[in-house]
Design a protein around this ligand. Structure first.
Ligand code: FES
Ligand SMILES: [Fe+2]
Length: 477
């Protein structure tokens, strides 16, 4: 027999993670964050076990699966799931692991089918997860297989808001609306300006980035400080305007459960043209604002949310941009998800959204403009992802760790700008009349720490194995 090196006991890894989280807590009290949480195997394993299997995670928009039998393949943390529309119109979020040996029963991104037949031995499941076919059942098994015991695992909680479907792998979570809190209020403003709402313009762009998922989430939570610097070239090629004012015109929205949005007071520089995100009349003339209260009207007219992140990994951007260099302005809407693959790698998923009332031609203009900026080859997207990759490199650096390097989130400490919460704010959460301060990023990390340090989940057995290189089935293109 060969001696194998022993797997580190789960307790050792848990103890190391606990020590690291203590250090995060000490540092966060001083608005600092230790570098290693951005590329660390134990932190990543902890995130998968304590966050992604215990909270609401976005899985699909209802317009991606409008008809009975429609399905899309998605992920919750490391796990591939199939999101199906069944014959009754219900939405199911099924584990994509065959109950026989684990092979992925669905090997395509999207389609329409009532059944999923596993490619390995042929066990077949309905689109609600029941085992409905077992090849050579009598010859192979006799009476050993009771199909009712061998359904696909199913997310116990599935709920939606404004067509955005979220699932939780844990039963023990509050209702989705309660979890979203102020972020749900923001979603209502963002896509509820027309009774028909919005739809996906197509399947998501997807590509891998060697970055940690939190770097993308904190950026979209409200990092407007980077815009005039990192994205300066966008203005130089006349594909963006006014980016120097990104922080000064910023208006932050900070909500419970680590959700954050950042708005912009476009009307201060664009006047009436900046109302309602700067949408051109061909779009905003269709909006119906009659259901909005006074605070909501103030937000959509004067300080509309431009970016945001719903904890943990679902983000939003709506900004105006020229269709071509120096061309007319168009507002585009993208929702995006930072799918964790490993401690220092994500798969970036990006959907463009358009209004359902738009004609295909009208919608195409918005879609293409969004792709120019935030598609996989978008100029803003390329700027951002290169910067985030540097963070993951620092996070894994033995030198940075040895030197106990921390990242700096102390913008708000002694700034000359008034960063205190708006005393006249009547909406949910906190509102600030500036984009400076890194308050949203800190709100994200404080919630992250709370969940990571929270009571050990009782329904997940900690593993000793490191997750590096663990990657669920590649979602096929
Ligand atoms: S692994 Fe699916 S049928 Fe065997
Ligand atoms: Fe950016």
């Amino acid at each position: 027999m060969t001696d194998h090196p022993p797997t580190p006991p789960a307790g050792d890894r848990s103890a190391r993670l606990a020590g690291l989280l203590e250090r995060v807590e000490e540092q966060l009290a001083d608005d600092l964050v230790p570098v290693e949480i951005f590329n660390d195997e134990d932190v990543f394993r902890g995130e998968m076990e304590r966050i992604f299997t215990h909270t609401w995670v976005f899985v699909a928009h209802e317009t991606e699966i409008p008809k009975s039998g429609d399905f899309v393949q998605r992920r919750i943390g490391l796990d591939p799931v199939i999101v199906t529309r069944d014959g009754e119109g219900g939405i199911n979020v099924l584990s994509n692991y065959c109950r026989h040996r684990g092979t992925q029963v669905c090997q395509t991104d999207a389609g329409n089918s009532r059944f999923f037949k596993c490619p390995y031995h042929g066990w077949t499941y309905s689109n609600t997860g029941e085992l409905v076919g077992t090849p050579m059942l009598q010859r192979a098994y006799g009476e050993r297989v009771d199909p009712t015991d061998w359904s696909l695992l199913k997310a116990p909680r599935v709920e939606s808001r404004q067509g955005f479907v979220f699932a939780s792998l844990s039963e023990d979570v509050p209702p989705l609306d309660e979890y979203l809190g102020g972020a749900g209020w923001m979603l209502d403003l963002i896509v509820g300006l027309h009774p028909d709402g919005m739809r996906v313009a197509g399947p998501p762009d997807r590509y891998k980035v060697r970055a940690n998922w939190k770097s993308a989430a904190e950026n979209f939570a409200g990092d407007v400080y980077h815009v005039p610097n990192l994205h300066a070239s966008g203005e130089q090629v006349r594909m963006a305007y006014g980016i120097d004012g990104a922080a000064d015109l910023g208006r932050s929205y900070e909500f419970e459960n680590g959700h954050n949005f950042m708005g912009h007071a476009w009307t201060e520089v664009l006047g009436p043209d900046g109302v309602l995100w700067g949408y051109p009349p061909r779009v905003k003339d269709h909006f119906d604002l009659s259901e909005l209260d006074e605070t909501q009207l103030r937000v959509v007219r004067d300080e509309p949310p431009t970016v945001g992140n719903i904890f943990p990994n679902f983000s939003f951007i709506r900004v105006f941009s020229p269709t071509v260099p120096g061309g007319p302005l168009v507002a585009f809407t993208s929702f995006r998800q930072w799918q964790p693959i490993g401690p220092g790698e994500i798969e970036l998923w990006s959907w463009q959204f358009v209004w359902k009332f738009q004609s295909d031609e009208d919608a195409l203009e918005d879609y293409v403009t969004g792709q120019f900026q935030f598609g996989s080859a978008g100029i803003f997207e390329q700027d951002d992802t290169v910067a985030w990759e540097g963070i993951a490199r620092a996070g894994a650096s033995p030198w940075a760790r040895k030197a106990e390097m921390s990242f700096h989130y102390q913008q708000g400490n002694k700034s000359e700008i008034d960063q205190s919460p708006d005393p006249d704010w009547k909406g949910p959460g906190l509102h600030r009349l500036t984009g400076y301060g890194e308050h949203n990023q800190l709100n994200f990390y404080r919630h992250w720490l709370k969940v990571m340090k929270g009571p050990e989940p009782t329904d997940v057995k900690p593993t000793g194995a490191a997750p590096t290189g663990v990657e669920p089935a590649e979602v096929q293109s």
